[in-house]
Design a protein around this ligand. Structure first.
Ligand code: EPU
Length: 422
C-alpha cells in the first residue's frame, strides 16, 4: 500500500491550477444515462472516483472514450442494456447512488446495492428514496439492495427535511423526464447542483431556480446529447488556500471561483491571512501577519463547507489562541482530530464540537492514517508544518478526490513523496 512521506517544508510559494470539480462531474456522468445520444464532458479531473463511475457505466453497456490529455470524456450510453448496477463497483463509492434516478427514468427499473455507511457518518439514503417515491417510483430496500420500478415519473412537490446534495441531484435528474412539474423545496444550493442543472438544461431539460432553495423542473419527453465543461473544484481551491496559510506562504490559485469559496475566504481573513481576488486567480498569503484563532461551524452551502472542516482544523492547530469547530452536517467527522493529536495537537472533542488550542510549534511528524478523503488532505497539510517527517497512510482516500496532489504540492516547493509501503 502506498503512503505519502511529508517533510517539514519552507513556506509554499508559486502558482497552482485547480482541476475540475469531483462532486460536480460524478452526478453529471450519472445524468448522461438520461439520453441515448453522445455527451462530451470537458475539464474532467482524472480521479479514482471518476474511474469507478466510468466502470459502472461501461458495465451497464455504456461506451466511454477517455482523453486524459484534454481532460475530456465522451460518453455514449445508447447501449445501456441492464437495470442492474454491479454491486462491487457501487459499494466502492457512495456517489454511485446518483445513477438510481436516471437509470429508473431510462429503463423503468433499477437494482442497486446500498452504498453503505462510511467513516464520516451513517449517510442514509432515505431522502433520495422519499423524493423518488413522491415522483411515483416503487422502491424496496431489502438485504442491502435497492430495487425500484416506475412507468414514468410524475411531477410532484418534494420537500426535503434536510438540504441533501445527493438527494437534490437524484430527484432533479429524475424530474427532468417526469410528466408535469416538480418542485423541490428546501433543496441544496451548492454550486455542484447549479452545474448539474446547467448540464441538464443543455440536454433539453427545463430547470429553474438551481442555486436557491426552491427548484422547479418542468418535465420533458426526451433529452438529447450535449457538451459541457465542469466547474473548478471549490474544495481543492480551499485546500490550496489553507496550504498557503498553514505554511505561512504565498500561493496564486488559478482556475478558482471566489464566489464558491466565500466562507473559506472570510475565515482565513479572520485568522489574519491576506486573500486577494486577482485577475489570474485567488492569491492567499499567510506570511504577512501573525495568524490567530477563529471559530467555525459547518453548514450547507453557502455556509462553511463540511468538506473544508478537517483541512481548516489543521491550520487552527498552528495559530495563536484557542479555536472551536462545530460540525453540523455529518455526525462523525472528527476522525482527523485523533490523528492530529498523534502529531501533538491537543484537540478536545465533545460530540459535534472540537476545541483546538493553537501554537505554531505544536505539531511533530509521525505516522498517521488518512481516515477519509478530506482528513487525508488535512494531515498532509499538517505534515508540511510539523517538525520532522510525517507519514500519511491509506492514501487511496486522498487519490479518490485530488488530481496530482503530490505533483501540485511539489510545484509549490513542498517536500512530499509518494512511496510504496513495504
Ligand atoms: N442525509 C440523510 N438522508 C439522505 C441523504 C443525506 O439523512 O437521504 C444526511 C447525511 O447523512 C448527512 C447530510 O444529510 O448527514 C448531508 O448529506 P448530503 O446528502 O448533503 O451529502 P452527499 O450528497 O452524500 C455530498 C458530497 C460530500 C459532501 C456532502 C455535503 C458528493 C459526491 N459528495 O455528499 O463530499 O461532504 O455533499 O456537502 O457530492 C467529499 O467530497 O469528501 C465529500 C464527502
Amino acid at each position: 500500500m502506498a503512503k505519502f512521506v511529508v517533510e517539514q517544508s519552507a513556506p509554499l510559494r508559486g502558482e497552482v491550477t485547480v482541476s475540475g470539480s469531483k462532486n460536480a462531474v460524478l452526478p453529471i456522468m450519472a445524468a448522461t444515462i438520461l439520453t441515448g445520444e453522445p455527451c462530451e464532458i470537458n475539464d474532467v479531473p482524472h480521479l479514482k472516483d471518476v474511474d469507478v463511475m466510468c466502470a459502472i457505466l461501461r458495465a451497464m453497456g455504456g461506451k466511454i472514450q477517455e482523453d486524459w490529455t484534454n481532460h475530456t470524456l465522451r460518453i455514449d450510453n445508447s447501449g445501456i442494456n441492464t437495470s442492474e448496477a454491479p454491486s462491487d463497483l457501487v459499494q466502492k463509492m457512495r456517489a454511485s447512488f446518483f445513477i438510481l434516478g436516471p437509470l429508473l427514468a431510462r429503463t423503468g427499473r433499477a437494482s442497486i446495492a446500498l452504498p453503505g455507511g462510511c467513516t464520516i457518518g451513517n449517510r442514509p439514503i432515505d431522502l433520495h428514496n422519499k423524493g423518488l417515491r413522491q415522483l411515483g417510483a416503487v422502491i424496496r430496500v431489502e438485504q442491502g439492495r435497492v430495487d425500484a420500478m416506475i412507468e414514468r415519473y410524475k411531477g410532484a412537490l418534494v420537500y426535503l427535511d434536510f438540504p441533501s446534495v445527493g438527494a437534490t441531484e437524484n430527484i432533479m435528474m429524475a424530474a427532468t423526464l417526469a410528466r408535469g412539474v416538480t418542485t423541490i423545496e428546501n433543496a441544496a444550493e451548492e454550486p455542484e447542483i447549479v452545474d448539474l442543472a446547467n448540464f441538464l438544461n443543455k440536454m433539453g431539460a427545463k430547470i429553474k431556480g438551481a442555486g436557491t432553495d426552491t427548484i422547479r423542473i418542468e418535465g420533458v419527453e426526451k433529452l438529447h446529447g450535449t457538451h459541457h465543461a465542469v466547474i473548478p473544484d471549490r474544495i481543492e481551491t480551499g485546500t490550496f488556500m489553507v496550504a498557503a496559510a498553514i505554511t505561512r506562504g504565498d500561493i496564486l490559485i488559478k482556475n478558482s471561483v471566489p464566489d464558491h469559496v466565500r466562507p473559506v475566504i472570510a475565515k482565513l481573513m479572520e485568522c489574519g491571512a491576506v486573500v486577494n481576488d486577482e485577475v489570474e486567480g485567488l492569491r492567499v498569503r499567510g506570511d504577512l501577519r501573525q495568524l490567530t484563532a477563529t471559530n467555525i461551524k459547518t453548514l450547507p452551502y453557502p455556509g462553511f463547507p463540511t468538506d473544508m472542516q478537517a483541512i481548516f482544523m489543521s491550520l487552527l492547530t498552528t495559530v495563536e489562541g484557542e479555536s472551536t469547530v462545530i460540525e453540523t452536517v455529518f455526525e462523525n467527522r472528527f476522525m482527523h482530530a485523533t490523528e492530529l493529536c498523534r502529531m501533538g495537537a491537543n484537540i478536545e472533542v465533545d460530540g459535534r464540537k472540537a476545541t483546538i488550542p493553537g501554537d505554531i510549534y505544536r505539531l511533530k511528524g509521525t505516522r498517521v492514517i488518512s481516515t477519509d478523503l478530506r482528513a487525508g488532505a488535512a494531515l498532509v497539510l499538517a505534515g508540511l508544518i510539523a517538525e520532522g517527517t510525517t507519514e500519511v497512510t491509506e492514501i487511496y482516500h486522498i487519490e479518490r478526490g485530488y488530481e496530482n496532489f503530490v505533483e501540485k504540492l511539489q510545484g509549490l516547493g513542498a517536500k512530499i513523496e509518494r512511496v510504496e509501503d513495504e
